[in-house]
Design a protein around this ligand. Structure first.
Ligand code: ZN
Length: 148
């Protein structure tokens, strides 16, 4: 099995058995961001719960292609239990990886690295980053709120 097959399999596993799927409608402290990718039809809602500067939960719910839905699952696993500021840095490293650029493998760990071949398919870049953009918007808004 070559590395691309392995990556594809990890992506399909997250697509079929997503982690942290389903929104929390009871706890009003979750920050919710909805994003849409018209070029593919992906539709994604991401919820982030930050408590004492720690990302204690990430939820997602959406419809779309396997790249988009699996990357929401990977995002939720990658950001959980991270410091909120580190979360933004991790997201930035993911954008570098998606573009096929060097990234910091100490910051970006786990299944997220399976998307490093996506840059060969430019149309899929928006799919792979949709949930991450939603989480980034949530973390940036929460950081701004904290400064006020
Ligand atoms: Zn897509």
């Amino acid at each position: 099995m070559d590395i691309k097959d392995l990556y594809r399999q990890v992506i399909m596993d997250h697509y079929k058995y997503p982690k942290n799927k389903g929104l929390n409608t009871e706890n009003l402290n979750y920050f919710t961001v909805h994003m849409h990718n018209p070029s593919c039809g992906d539709d994604m809602t991401v919820q982030v719960l930050v408590e004492n500067d720690l990302i204690t939960d990430v939820r997602h719910q959406g419809t779309g292609c396997s790249i988009c839905c699996s990357s929401a699952s990977v995002l939720s696993e990658t950001l959980k239990a991270k410091h909120a500021n580190d979360g933004l840095e991790i997201i930035h490293e993911f954008y570098e990886l998606i573009k096929g650029l060097p990234y910091d493998s100490k910051k970006l760990e786990g299944d997220a690295i399976v998307y490093q071949t996506v840059h060969q398919f430019p149309a899929r870049i928006k799919c792979a980053t949709l949930a991450w953009k939603a989480a980034e918007a949530a973390l940036e808004t929460l950081a701004k709120r904290k400064d006020e």
